[in-house]
Design a protein around this ligand. Structure first.
Ligand SMILES: O=C(O)CCC(=O)C(=O)O
Length: 312
């Protein structure tokens, strides 16, 4: 994935990179000291171990598959407002967001995302989630800890998945708070996958050679897309379009992976470089049905996971 140089006119702009790749990786980390300071504060108030989880019998008494993510008033990041300047006021970040979304962009969501390591997940739970495409562990976490989103991997998806009937008027910003290597559940991202527009999850993907995948849409279009694995240092940051396919494999390290995930929107439908990015998309700009993997109660009804088959 390409990067753009901060405040220079050399090289492609963030908008041009989003038009071609669907994602933009910041060339340098956000302030690593800021990332590390926030991480210590998070770790001081939360253990990312087996104590997060309900007992199996308790879960089975009243399974709750919906409403288990952070929300206003139940979001651990709300305690750390003042520690977020290293992201929200970073000069390169502000410049990229202003270019893509216009100067009056608005943060519509921000939260901590944890890749839970295998050793922290109780055996009963591992057996249940094996092979599922979306292992958001919120349903199995004690209610008081649902102020963070916990993953044990998630298959390739678009972030528009949570927004049916909504246009692509936002970007996702994702920040690592510590170094993330291959075993720390780094993001796998399919560059160029945004061009086919919004498509329903699970997506039509088949592995080609090496890092190449063939991605097809229900309207009969196909595109070869390049897989990139986003490993990086503390303060690593990337942003992507809501149609860009990405996912994670389970965390196989002996420690959790902690990231920040922002959704940032434009206020006006025509603001910023996003207009040009969306104009270059060759498929639907919104969907009535964004996913077909869930039963009526919100539990998984399919078992398949492509990102787990990826090398990289
Ligand atoms: O952090 C992860 O493991 C996955 C995050 C992700 O893909 C998302 O929140 O859309």
């Amino acid at each position: 994935m390409s990067t753009a140089a901060e405040n220079t006119s050399i090289g492609p702009s963030v908008t041009e990179i989003l038009i071609s790749d669907g994602a933009y990786r910041f060339d340098w980390p956000l302030d690593p000291a800021g990332a590390t300071a926030l991480l210590s504060k998070i770790r001081a108030v939360r253990r990312f171990d087996e104590s997060l989880f309900l007992e199996e019998e308790v879960f089975d008494l009243d399974p709750q598959y919906r409403g288990v993510n952070p929300r206003p008033g139940r979001n651990l990041l709300e305690r750390f407002d003042e520690d977020l300047a290293f992201v929200e006021q970073d000069r390169g970040m502000v410049s990229a967001l202003t270019e893509v979304l216009g100067p009056d962009y608005v943060i519509t969501d921000r939260k901590i995302v944890c890749g839970v390591p295998s050793r922290s997940i109780p055996n009963w739970l591992k057996a249940r989630i094996e092979g599922a495409p979306v292992n958001n562990l919120g349903p199995y976490v004690k209610p008081e800890y649902r102020d963070v989103t916990y993953f044990y991997g998630i298959d390739f998806h678009q972030d528009i998945i949570d927004f049916k009937d909504q246009e692509a008027d936002f970007v996702t910003v994702y920040v690592y708070l510590h170094p993330v290597a291959r075993s720390d559940a780094p993001l796998f991202l399919l560059e160029g996958s945004h061009v086919l527009g919004a498509t329903t999850f699970p997506h039509m993907l088949s592995r080609k050679d090496g890092q190449a995948w063939l991605y097809s849409s229900p309207d009969g279009q196909s595109v070869e897309v390049r897989q990139t694995v986003l490993t990086g240092q503390a303060g690593f940051a990337a942003l992507w379009h809501p149609f860009t396919l990405h996912g994670t494999q389970p965390d196989t390290a002996d420690h959790e992976r902690i990231s920040l995930r922002y959704l940032i929107s434009r206020r006006s439908h025509s603001a910023g470089g996003l207009t040009a990015v969306n104009a270059a998309i060759r498929g639907p700009l919104l969907l009535e049905t964004t996913r077909m993997d869930l039963a009526a109660d919100g539990s998984a009804q399919i078992k398949s996971n492509l990102v787990r088959t990826a090398d990289g």
